[in-house]
Design a protein around this ligand. Sequence first.
Ligand SMILES: O=C(O)CCC(=O)C(=O)O
Ligand SMILES: [Fe+2]
Length: 926
Amino acid sequence: MSGASQKQKFRSVLPHEPLPTEENGFLHLQGGFEPKKQQDKKKSKDDGADEKQNIKDYYWKETTSLEQALVNSLSTQEQHYKSLHIPFPAQAVQVLDPSPPFTKIRLQYQSPEQAHQVMIAWRKYKITPSQLFSNISLGDCDDIENNWSSSAFGSHATQATMITQIPMPQSSASAWTRSNPPKFRRLLHEHNDAKERSETRYVYITGLVDPNVIDADNDESNEKDGNGSEEESFWKQPHAVLEAIRQKFKGYDSSGDGIETFLNKKQNQLIRSLHIGMRSASDAQKIVQALQGQTVVWEYNGQRLQSDALFLDYVSVTQRSVKKSKARADGVEPERGEASRPDCTSTTASIEVPGLQVIENYLTQAQEEVLMAILTGPQAPWAPNQQNMSQTGDVKRKVQHYGYVFDYKTADVLRDRTEPGHSDCPPMPTMDGELTENGLEEDAKTGKGWEVLAGVVEKTRRCQFNANKSTGTTYPNLNQLTINYYKPGEGIGSHVDTPPAFGDGLISISLNGGIVMEFRKVDSPSTKKLVYLPPRSAVLMSGPARYEWEHMIVTRRTDCHNGQVLPRKLRVSLTLRTALTLEGAPLPLVESNKFPPVWGSQSGGDDQGDNSNAITTAALATPATERDHVHAVYDAIATQWHHTRGKRGVLWPGATQFLQRLPRGSVVADVGCGDGKYFPAVWEAGSYVIGTDISRPLLETAFGVAGEHTKPNTSEPNPNIPETRQVNEHREGLRDRPAVAVADCMHVPLRTSSVDAAICIAVMHHLSTPERRVRCIEELVRIVQPGGTINIQAWAMEQEQNSRRRFAAPDVFVPFNAQPKYLEKVEWNKNKNNTTSDSQPPESGKKASEEKPDAMEEQKSVAELYSEQYTKADYDERKGLVVFQRYCHMYRKGELEQIIEGIGGATLVESGYESGNHFVIIEVTK
Ligand SMILES: O=C(O)CCC(=O)C(=O)O
Ligand SMILES: [Fe+2]
C-alpha cells in the first residue's frame, strides 16, 4: 500500500469554532482559566461545600467576568501584553461557554496574519493564565483581592489555536499539527474530561468529492493534475469544507456535543478523505450504516459539490494505538489514520470474472463449527517455523501449510519434504472410511473435527465445479492445504498464486467470517471486481480467474456488501491447491489418518510403538499447552476467579454429598483445590482438608477461605460410625484451617495411603494428554488408604440442551473474560510476594505491575497492557476485557470409567453426570 510510510498529519476543528470572515483572524484559547482552589483552603474546613461554591460564583460572576479580565489583560493594558511578548492587542474577546472552566475563548484580531503572529508568540513563550492575569486588580473586593493574582490560576500554558479560512503559512514556526485523531490530548468541552475524549470514536470517510462530476462539469480542469478548479476551490476553503461536512452529519450526533472533523494538513493537495470524531461508538457506527455507498451534496459558501459514493469505515482507535504501533514498527501495518481502501462492493457488481465460482453453503454449520474448534483449538498444529515465516513481515497473518510448505520468500512450493523447512509441515488429513454427507455430518456433530477436515478435503477433490458450464471439472489431485487466519484488519496482498508451483483450480473455503475478495485483471488493473465470500462458502478460481486475475483481501475491519457494513470476524480459510513438480505434474499425496496431525520428526504416532502401561517421566512433563493455557491463566485470573466463582460459586451437589457421606473426622485431600471452594463443605461435614494446587495465586485466595467460612458445624455425629472414630466437636477456629501446598497433580506431596478420601473436582479436564490423565488418577489412588473413596468430576463433552456451553470438539479453548481491575491486583500482589513460578508473566509485563497506572503510557489502558503482557490472551476492546483461553479436554461418556479400568488398586463404585460434568466415585482396594 502506497501510503504505508507516509506520515499523515491532521488538524481538528471543534464544533464550537465558528468560521471567521475572510478579513479577520481568530485565536481560540483553551485551558487553565479556572482559578485554583487554594483560596478555598484558607477558609476553615467547616465552611463546607456550599461556601466553596459561593466563593467560586462570587469570583466569576460578582467580581468580574473572565471576559472582562481578558479584555483588560489583552487589549487595554498594552504594557502588560508587550511584557508577555504578545505582538498585537486583541480587538475583541468572547467567552463562548457560560461557566467555568471556560474552554472556549475566542480572541479576534485585525487580520489572519496578526492572529498568526500572536499564536506563534503564545506558543513560543508558553503563556499561562497566571501570567495573563497577573496585572489585574479586582477593585473593591477585599476578600479575595489578593488571590486575583498570578497564583490564582493554573501555570500550564494555554493552548492557542488559530482559526482561519486561509491556508496556514508553511513556515516551520507554524507547521503545527493540532492533533492526531488517535493521540488527541487536548481538552474538549469539559475541563479535564478524559472520559469524554476516550469515548470519542472515529469514522474514516473517503469519496468526499466525485472526480467525474468535476472533470465533466469543468472544462478548465487540468487533465494532468486531475484537479478541477471547483474542487480546488472547495479544498482551498478548508473550514468551509469541514463546516459543510459537519452540517451533513450533525443529525447523527446524539450527544449534542458536536462533531469533530479532522483535516489533512496538506492543504495544497487534493484530499478526498478525512476522519470525523463522534462522541460515541453507536453514533459513529450509525453514520457508517446510513451513508455507506451514498452520494451526498456538500453545500458551502453558497456553492454545491457532489460527493463520490462515500466509503465510511469505523476506526477503532484504542485498539490501533497499542497493537498496531508494534506492527507498524515492523513495517507491515499502515500508518495510523491512513486510508483503508475506499471501495464498496456494490460499485462493481456487473463485472464478470470468468472462471470464478462461489458455492454458498458448501459446508454445514456443524461442520464449520467443529472445524473452527480444531483449527483454533489447542490441537491445531502450529508449526514454529511457519509461524516465524509469517512474522518476517512477508505474511502477517497466521498461516499453516499441510502436505507441502509454500515458501512466501521464494513464492514457491518446497517440493522435497526432507528439506529443513518441511519439518513443520503436517501431512494432509485423510479419511479412513467412505465419504458420505451423512457420515461427515455425524462426525461434525460428535466433535470429530480432524475427521471432518479429512472429509472436506476428500469432498473437494471429488466436487464437480462449474458443473452447469462447459468448464465443469474436478480437481482430484489437490495435495496441498493452506490454512489462513485473518483477524479483523488483516488481509492478503494482490497476487496470482505462483503458476509453476500450483496447477489450475484453487479452491478456498471460508470459515467463521465472510470477506470481500478483490479481483483485478492483470493486464488492466483498473478492472476490478469485488466478490463477497460468505462463511461456509467455497470459491473456485480456475482458468482466467486463476491465471489472468489477481486476488486480494484488503486489510480493514469492515466490508461493505449490498450496502450493508459487515464488521469482520476472524476468518479462517482452507485453500486447497495442487502442488506441482518442476515438470508440471502433481506432487505425490502426503497424507495421514493419525489425528491430530503432527509434523517433522514427530511423524504422526507411527513410530511410537505399542502403548505400554509404564508412563515415562517425559510423558508427564507439563506440556506448553497446559503451562500457557491453564497454569498461567489461573495465576492471572486467581483474584477474579475467587471473587466471582469460588466465593459465590455453586458446589456440585454430588461432591457435597460425597463429603457428607464420609465419616466425620476424615482427612480429605482436595487435589487441584483451586481457591478452596470445597473446603467449607469438608468442614461442614465434620472433616479436615488438605488442599493442593499448581497455582500459587489461587492457593493464596484459598488461605482466606477459613476466615470467610463462618458457618458452624451443626451436623450430628453419624450413628453408623463406631464411637472410637467419632470426633469431638472441634475447637472454634482450629478445624477450619486449611493445609495447602503448591503441587502438580502428577506428584501429590502426600504419603501413600495417608488420607481417608480425595476429591478432584474440575481438574482433570485441564490435563492435555492421556498419560497425564492416567497419572492423576493413579496419584489419587496412591494417597488414599485402602477402603477410602475418591470423587472425580470433569467437564463433559455432552452438555445439556439448555446450557449456554457447547463444545464442538473434545479439545478446545474455553475463553475466560478477565476484568483488568482483578488482573492488576493479582500482578501487584504477585510481585510483592516475589513469586517465581513458571507462570510469571513475561518481562514486558513488569511494566504494568511495577509502575502506577497513571505512569503508564498515556494511550494504553490497563486492559491493553495486559493483553500485551499475557501473550496468549486477547484484548476485547468492545468489552474492555482481557480474554484468556483455557485449555480443556471434554470427557465423553464412559471415558473416565475407561481410564479407571486400566488402573490397579481401585474399583468403580458409581458414575454419572451432573450439571455438565461426568463424575466417578472409586474405592481404593490396593
Ligand atoms: O484466504 C483466502 O481465501 C485466499 C488465500 C490465498 O489467496 C492464498 O493463500 O494464496
Ligand atoms: Fe491466492
